[in-house]
Design a protein around this ligand. Sequence first.
Ligand code: C2E
Ligand code: CA
Ligand code: CA
Length: 236
Amino acid sequence: MAVHYQPQVQLDTGKIKSFEALLRWRNPKFGNVPPLKFIPLAEETGLITSIGAWVIDHVCAQIAQWRQKGWAGFRVAVNISPKQFLDPGLAGLIGRTLEKYKLPASVLEIEITEGAMEDKGHILKVLSSLKEMGLTISVDDFGTGYSSLNYLKKFPVDILKIDQSFVRELENSQKDAAITKTIIHLAHQLGLEVVAEGVEEQGQVEFLQSARCQKAQGYFFSRPVPAEEVEKQLFV
Ligand code: C2E
Ligand code: CA
Ligand code: CA
């Protein structure tokens, strides 16, 4: 298993202050297995808890190593699947891992999908503990779940991530353009940050800039790359 990092670019300055950590699995028999295949399997078998703990440990170790080299002041977002949120020890585990590597909580961001917010009581507790610890909370694939907007009032959310299905057709579909603008506006009105994902073209970047979307990530800027590649590209 390995973790790749995809930079998130600030659209006003072009600077990179955050990354998303994405899990990679290279199997000797099957080659590269995409996360969309193995994550659901790991959820079914219960393995997701130990895989999730490994990702958090691995990412924190990497951040600590970068900080030792003097590369600080950025944050890494880790995907947490709905099943992982069922583990009552999640917040404790994250807290202990940050301590182990002597990291401030501000270096970590948690990505949670809208669907996971449906289980109100338990998830609210976990997210509130994480928020109190100082972590950043972002809603992944925003706009694709079935949950009501009500959770935005109740949950301690910091960031909305516009799903790539809206970004893909931004330039050809008036509906996708309208939805994207509306999500950006909603985020601004709520005082949240907004990130567009799956940005592949210059035209999409221009649209997002003029709509005042703060950050973007996608193949236009960089694919998810191994840590060494991040170092070569950015920390020189
Ligand atoms: P996601 O969290 O929505 O991640 C974004 C996906 O879009 C990633 O796919 C990324 O490689 C891909 N992507 C980034 N930029 C572009 C672009 O410009 N165009 C296109 N077409 N795609 C782009 P990936 O790495 O295959 O991950 C798929 C999903 O697997 C993730 O979706 C996430 O839900 C899950 N996943 C990945 N790593 C982890 C992990 O460590 N833990 C958990 N629980 N889930 C993970
Ligand atoms: Ca994500
Ligand atoms: Ca996403």
